[in-house]
Write a protein that binds this ligand. Structure first.
Ligand code: PLP
Length: 373
């Protein structure tokens, strides 16, 4: 009994995982910088600066049944999503953010040692969730222009032995953090491979191309992820959804937590879907602002911005340390995301904000250019 330690029962791959660094809450940062939250220009997490449509707050205030458990089948929300996405409700599963769907997929398909293909640089949750179940992540790096290396993925699949066959392929279009679109012809080639393709469309509303959600009806091996966090502006309420083939829906109904989507998220999602016209109006404003921001960033001598199909712009920082730049902007109350890792050496990512926020950002970037000369 004396040398019993309950830690020894932890699964080894979990025990050995490194802790991840959580982001600093907005209010904490505001206190640390001594800048009131309202004056901070927050362009670091791709949130919608306009927030939800006004109907969301009204619907939340008026809803009378918070003491009642949610509908585990989310019938009303799925019917509304079906009209929005143009895919029958039987193929749609609402989740606690798109992140929850990623977790479900990893737990449904992967165990320790199983393989997935990831295409970095990209969103971090794919390798995070794969790591949680002990899966092995095979990395097929994007090309220099951030496009997906389709040949490389085909080769990785061909070269795999039967017992190391990758089961899932994570793709993001538009990609985060590069804003790159995955062309139809590339997706078609990848869907011909013997694996399940998970296409994350968290930013598709901002693209100049249509969603591939309807493709799920023709491809047994495609799952499309969507979310209310970005275009619909309710990241804090946690609402996403997966569009899945029928065979997978049957498994998900057995598998998911009955009350995975809470009532507030449901009410907010339904209110958003009653005002799609207003959401699209905001999306239009953000797309126009993205082009103005891109033009502005092209004028900053030490930045090389990449064109983007999403609500953010990735920039190479040239002749200046990107982390120092991020910190200098932070001191001035402007928050951007910084990267320095393979494929994203010395980069910053700037979310598209309101015009006044773009102006503040560009002003600070130019004043920093003068100081560092
Ligand atoms: C923000 C983001 C998500 C997360 O969506 P939630 O619905 O907030 O969980 C998913 N995928 C990508 C690529 C994202 O950037």
């Amino acid at each position: 009994m004396s040398d019993f330690h309950p830690q020894q029962y932890l699964r080894p791959h979990i025990r050995e995982m490194e802790e991840y660094t959580p982001i600093q809450p907005f209010e904490v940062l505001s206190k640390r910088l001594g800048i009131p939250a309202a004056r901070i220009v927050k362009l670091d997490a791709n949130e919608n600066p306009y927030g939800p449509v006004p109907g969301v707050a009204e619907a939340l205030a008026e809803y009378p049944f918070y003491h009642i458990y949610p509908d585990p089948q989310q019938e009303e929300l799925r019917a509304a999503l079906s009209r929005f996405v143009g895919v029958p409700a039987e193929h749609i599963l609402p989740t606690h953010g798109a992140d929850e769907m990623l977790d479900y997929l990893c737990r449904l398909f992967l165990g320790p040692g199983d393989r997935v293909i990831n295409c970095p640089p990209t969103f971090g949750m794919y390798s995070f969730d794969a790591g949680l179940v002990g899966a092995q992540v095979v990395e097929v790096w994007r090309r220099h222009d951030h496009s997906v290396d389709v040949d490389g993925i085909e080769r990785a699949v061909q070269e795999a032995q039967a017992d190391t066959f990758p089961r899932l392929l994570f793709l993001t279009s538009p990609n985060n953090p590069s804003g790159t679109w995955l062309p139809d012809e590339d997706l078609r080639r990848l869907l011909a491979l013997p694996l399940l393709v998970v296409l994350d469309e968290a930013y598709v509303e901002f693209a100049d191309h249509p969603s591939r959600a309807p493709w799920v009806l023709e491809h047994e091996n495609l799952v499309v992820l969507r979310t209310f966090s970005k275009a619909a502006g309710i990241a804090g309420l946690r609402l996403g959804y997966g569009i899945c083939p029928a065979w997978l829906m049957a498994q998900l109904w057995k598998f998911k937590q009955p009350y995975n989507v809470n009532v507030a998220a449901t009410v907010a999602g339904l209110a958003s879907l009653r005002h799609v016209d207003q959401i699209l109006e905001v999306v239009g404003r953000l797309k126009a602002e993205r082009e103005r921001l891109l033009a502005g960033l092209q004028q900053v001598p030490y930045l090389r911005p990449y064109p983007s199909q999403a609500n953010f712009i990735l920039c190479d920082v040239v002749g200046l340390d990107a982390l120092a730049l991020k910190q200098a902007l932070e001191q001035r109350g402007v928050l951007v995301r910084h990267y320095n890792k393979p494929g994203l050496a010395n980069c910053i990512r700037i979310s598209v904000g309101r015009p006044d926020q773009t102006d503040r950002l560009l002003e600070e970037l130019h004043s920093l250019a003068l100081e560092t000369r």
